[in-house]
Design a protein around this ligand. Structure first.
Ligand code: CTP
Ligand code: MG
Length: 229
């Protein structure tokens, strides 16, 4: 039973505001994408890896990661993404080999998510045969507000979670959900849930934070510097 990890890296990184698309921004001695790939290749079982990148980066990404794939004895496919994250994931799903039965979808922007988190998600998908998403408790007090900025109520945060990636699914569930989706969702768990399938949470990891704004990149640089030291 084979695992695939689809790393979506085709976004432009508007909020980061860097000249390069976010996944191609330098991080440590590599890039946001290469740091993410290092984690994936640290998994207990080497997965089939699919990198989804901007169309004009497909060729250069193939060349960049060919030696990495060879050194790790891993299969790394590179495909062009779409206009939305959901389209990019669909592009990755389209090139999975038949042998794959467990699929993890991961944001390249969560470059520092540790390999162990991937292993835990794979273990939970296999044990429970359903979608699995890593999640953290919400630490801030959360308010519901009106359009004109008035506080309406404080939401009970004990039932709320902030979800991360990698999100893992039985391959058949994800294929089915993508084949039947007719709405845009911000993550794969929402898309799978919209198809009527059950998704569970497992404990997330603070290191799986998403590099979104410049302060996040700064934090990532510090963590990589500690790791590379
Ligand atoms: N992503 C993608 N294809 C898109 C949009 C996003 O593959 N059309 C990927 C991004 O590369 C990122 C992940 O989805 O790894 C999460 O998206 P986000 O953090 O929103 O990244 P961007 O869309 O690039 O950033 P922004 O929204 O600030 O432009
Ligand atoms: Mg975005």
């Amino acid at each position: 039973s084979a695992i695939a990890v689809i790393v979506v890296a085709a976004g432009s990184g508007t909020r980061l505001g860097h000249a390069e698309p976010k996944a191609f921004v330098p991080l440590g001695s590599g890039t946001v994408l290469s740091v993410a790939v290092d984690s994936v290749l640290g998994m207990r079982e080497t997965p089939h890896l699919v990198l989804v990148v901007p169309a004009d980066r497909v060729e250069s990404t193939r060349s960049r990661f060919a030696p990495v794939a060879e050194a790790a004895a891993a299969e790394i496919a590179v495909v062009a993404g779409g206009a939305t994250r959901q389209e990019s994931v669909a592009g990755g799903l389209a090139v999975l080999p038949d042998s794959v039965d467990t699929v993890l979808v991961h944001d390249a922007a969560r470059a520092l998510a540790p390999a162990l988190l991937f292993d835990e998600v794979v273990g939970a998908v296999r044990a429970r045969r359903r979608g699995i998403v890593p999640a953290l408790d919400v630490v801030d007090t959360v308010k519901r507000v009106s359009d004109d900025g008035r506080v309406l109520e404080t939401v009970d945060r004990s039932a709320l979670r902030a979800v991360q990636t990698p999100q893992g699914f039985p391959r058949a569930s994800l294929d089915h959900a993508y084949a039947t989706a007719h709405e845009e969702f911000t993550d794969d768990a929402a898309l799978v849930a919209s198809a009527g399938l059950v998704v569970d949470v497992v404990p997330g990891d603070v290191r799986a934070f998403k590099i979104t704004v410049p302060a996040d990149l700064h934090r990532a640089e510090q963590l990589v510097a500690e790791r590379e030291a």
